[in-house]
Design a protein around this ligand. Structure first.
Ligand code: ADE
Ligand code: ZN
Length: 318
């Protein structure tokens, strides 16, 4: 009988909730800061790691946007994505649907072409190694509808390099309905639709993501469990949830990994998946998320296989 860790390691899986900027490891942050002449508020890698202690989503986002300020050149974006994709392949990830936040780069003067070309080159390399990768452009929900429209318009020349659009950043106070017209325009371009909802925001935001944005997957979705009718909707329509256990722990969405709802989601018949969200900030890539949550809530071999199978079924790959 293989051990649970062997099952986790050897099972092919898809990663559907990874922000490429959230895979920026402190070591690379220092290298790029030096290369680009950017000053950092930290002197050592240890100091960075000590700063990564969060009470909520916003405290994390403040450091996440600050960290990515070292990314400037096409080579930087290539290095970032290439490192993540190699790391994912080592975890037996066979397919990735990767988020990126264009507004967090164009807003500080990096041309969209620079990041698109760097990411694209890393994606091509990954495909040559046998791991398929698609890109999902996320709108920053703390910014305006108009800025989201401008971003979508700027991305149109890259339409063929995009699988879909998503919605991320500060959730509470920025309901999905704020972006319903942008998502309608994205759908008209043939893009697939996902959104973060129910991470810190209430079940109502998950309803809105489904009914006003028309999303096909919910990123996180933890707080959907507070609403029985919503659980029934997600189950009956087989709407996948891209769940991120270590992120939930580090951002205090759950108090303790032992209280993580992943097992309950499976028992309720939901199409739950396990993902890493921002692995450089939350202490682990996808298999580490599987290992820690499996131990905390006592997942079985069958549960691991179900979660991995769900990830492949929930992907937009044919
Ligand atoms: N951007 C990167 N990680 C995020 C998360 N967990 N929630 C919202 N926005 C994000
Ligand atoms: Zn996320």
């Amino acid at each position: 009988m293989p051990t649970l860790n062997e099952v986790i390691r050897s099972t092919p899986k898809a990663e559907l909730h990874i922000h490429v900027e959230g895979s920026l490891e402190p070591g690379m942050m220092f290298d790029l800061a030096r290369r680009n002449g950017v000053s950092l508020p930290y002197r050592t890698v240890d100091e960075v790691r000590r700063a990564y202690s969060f009470n909520n989503l916003q405290e994390f986002l403040d450091l996440y946007y600050e960290g990515m300020n070292v990314l400037r050149t096409e080579e930087d974006y290539f290095a970032l994505a290439d490192a993540y994709l190699r790391r994912a392949a080592a975890d037996n990830v066979v397919h990735v649907e990767m988020f990126f936040d264009p507004q967090a780069h164009t807003g500080r003067g990096v041309p969209l072409r620079t990041l698109m070309d760097g990411l694209d080159r890393a994606i091509a390399r990954s495909r040559e190694r046998g791991v398929s990768v698609s890109l999902i452009l996320c709108f920053l929900r703390h910014l305006s509808e108009r800025e989201a429209f401008e971003t979508l318009e700027a991305a149109e020349p890259y339409r063929d390099r995009l699988l879909g659009v998503g919605l991320d950043s500060s959730e509470v106070g920025h309901p999905p309905s704020k972006f319903s017209r942008v998502f309608e325009a994205a759908r008209d371009l043939g893009l697939r639709l996902v959104a973060h909802a129910g991470e810190e925001g209430p079940p109502e935001y998950v309803w809105e993501a489904l009914d006003t944005l028309g999303v096909e997957r919910i990123d996180h979705g933890n707080r959907a469990l507070e609403d029985e009718a919503l659980v029934a909707r997600l189950r009956d329509d087989r709407i996948p949830l891209t769940v991120c256990p270590l992120s939930n722990l580090e951002l205090r969405v759950v108090e303790d990994l032992k209280a993580h709802p992943i097992k309950r989601m499976l028992d309720l018949g939901l199409v739950a998946t396990v993902n890493s969200d921002d692995p450089a900030y939350f202490g682990g890539y996808i298999n580490e998320n599987f290992r820690q949550v499996a131990e905390a809530v006592d997942l079985s071999t069958e549960d691991i296989e179900t979660l991995a199978r769900n990830s492949l079924a929930a992907s937009f790959a044919t």
